[in-house]
Design a protein around this ligand. Structure first.
Ligand code: DQA
Length: 160
């Protein structure tokens, strides 16, 4: 069987606190729940999904750099670094892989400082405000884009 396209799901600072952190904004699912869903959905879509989380900007930058040549696409929820990190923006551009930005909350409905995203400038698309479903939708879009061989009749572009 052909190798499955590899997708890295990156979560940034404070997303390790999901489930406990401001549940009225971010919901009750934990990071472990979100990551398990990503791997399960990826499996159905014919993707090999790896999940990583860090509270450190430099570590996220290093992982994006390492993705070049090792992964075919990225799903990125950079947390607050979304709004501040030129370094992450540059790393995403340098790695030249399709990236989809995800936010659990609707960043356009909150404080003004959340409306600007350095990640969006380097991403093919952005999903926000749909909670953990946003990660699944991003994986579905990437599976279609990468031509993954899906077991899922509901996959975008599926002819099954
Ligand atoms: C977030 C939105 C960011 O503004 C915030 O700093 C986060 C989480 C989200 O998933 O809604 O940490 O990325």
């Amino acid at each position: 069987m052909a190798e499955r396209p590899r997708v890295l799901v990156l979560n940034g600072p404070n997303l390790n606190l999901l489930g406990k952190r401001e549940p009225e904004i971010y919901g009750s699912a934990t990071l472990a729940d979100v990551e398990a869903d990503c791997i399960a959905v990826g499996d159905r879509l014919g993707l090999e999904v790896t999940c990583r989380q860090s509270n450190h900007e430099g570590e996220l930058v290093t992982w994006v750099q390492e993705a070049r040549g090792a992964q075919q696409a990225l799903v990125v929820n950079a947390g607050a670094y979304t709004h501040t990190s030129l370094a992450l923006h540059d790393a995403l551009r340098a790695c030249a892989l399709p990236a989809i930005e995800v936010h659990l909350s609707n960043i356009h409905q909150r404080e003004d400082f959340r409306r600007h995203s350095y990640v969006a400038l380097a991403a093919v698309g952005m999903i926000c405000g749909l909670g953990p479903l946003g990660y699944e939708l991003a994986l579905r879009a990437l599976a279609a884009r990468l031509g993954a061989v899906s077991k899922d009749k509901e996959a975008i572009g599926s002819k099954a």
